[in-house]
Design a protein around this ligand. Sequence first.
Ligand code: BES
Ligand code: MN
Ligand code: ZN
Length: 489
Amino acid sequence: MLRLISADLKKDKIETLAVPVCEDKNIHSDASVAAIIRKAKRLKEFNGKKDQTITLYDLPETTAHRVVLRGLGKAAELDAETLRAFAGKAVKDCIQKDLTALWLAAPDKCPAKTPLSSIVTAMMEGACLGNHRFDRYRRKKEKKPLKSMVFVTTPPTVRKLKSTVSRVSKICQGTTLARDWISMPSNDKTPEQLTRMIVQQAKKQGLKTRVLQEKQLQQEKFGALLAVAAGSRSKPSLVILEHRVAGAKKSVALVGKGVTFDSGGLNIKTGGSMADMKSDMSGAAAVAATLITAARLKTKVNLTGIIPIVENMPSGTAIRPGDIVYSYAGKSIEIGNTDAEGRLILIDAMAYAIKKFKPQLLVDLATLTGACVVALGEKIAGVFSHDDKLAAAITAAGMTTHERCWPMPLPEDYKELLKSDFADLNNISSTRWGGAITAALFLSEFVGDTRWAHIDIAGPAYGKKESAYCGPGGTGFGVRLLTELLEKI
Ligand code: BES
Ligand code: MN
Ligand code: ZN
């Protein structure tokens, strides 16, 4: 539970208070908080340098039993992400101490660079997301999320940001829903099971849902999608989620890669590269969770989610290198490598989205290539679009939510690399270099003149190590980003 209130720290019943502290400037107008900070800074071990912490007990300045101060560094460098991380760490710290509630003092005298509303929003996000734990497979839940998180600020800020509390809660719930799906092991999220879980959550929020099952996929000739699914005992599906708003002027389709496990197929992955492939449905999770969030926020855009769900496995029924299949759009594709499966399911979903829904804008999200991780590392997604304005809108949304995106090129002449000797296209490039680009170019062959962007989230979708406001596992990357994008375009 999240609350935003103005409070008297000398009267209200408080167990734990977290206070963010800059090393060179006081950013709190509350007299009690300012006095506590002065006291802490008189101690040798604390001066507000980044991530320094000190806990003070039973202070006369407040009824709080303990005050945890944490350094933020220099005030001029303070940004929303620093406060998001501050709140996440403060919450995680309390969880480790088996506490159940936390009060956080929101700064209200920050340098002009970041507006107060972004600071408070970011803090609430960090706390909400930091309070999420994926522990459904532990028999004994040793650590429990906090039951209550209270943000303390001035009365005008409380009035101004009244609606923000429920908004942030909904967006973070969407993000943690995606995280849970991503972290769940593949033996519990076969395509059938993931399909069911998504439809169930979507229905609960009043979204219109439709599932194309294997038989319909065969009838409607989703040849590329079916080719990927052929090796698995589990049946593929195409999930369609619709959020409709009366009088909406914009229509957007989101497509998300849903490979519940990517073994590579007959071109089987080797060494450690198969390890985290349960996360190969992160695009699907983000798209489904974004639609669910849009329904809860009543976002004023006609939004359609198209989610192809398959498992990529080797077996006697699997597709082979050299096989040629026909995609939904009709183009023939030579399977150069069965491990380049994401693009195969995406082109069928994208062609279907365009044919059936004619969206003004199409965005696909996919853990598509290891090459994108090589290019941008594990924390930044690659954005590919012929439309520079759209790419800029996506990177701007990512700056706001700190889901960083970087624009990547779609060079026309590289299309050469996707030529096949026998079919219209090969699903892999003839060179090993520039794999994220050739994958995106492959997708671009199926979007016609629809305004389109592809976001390769292979790096940031999953984290082996925990971070300030995320545990190990799925990050939910894309949910806050797309939600922000939908409100800005
Ligand atoms: N799911 C992988 C991409 C991936 C790699 C995601 C690492 C997350 C972390 C994708 O299906 C894949 O296997 N791509 C191949 C493409 C190659 C065969 C052209 C790759 O990146 O090696
Ligand atoms: Mn693969
Ligand atoms: Zn994959």
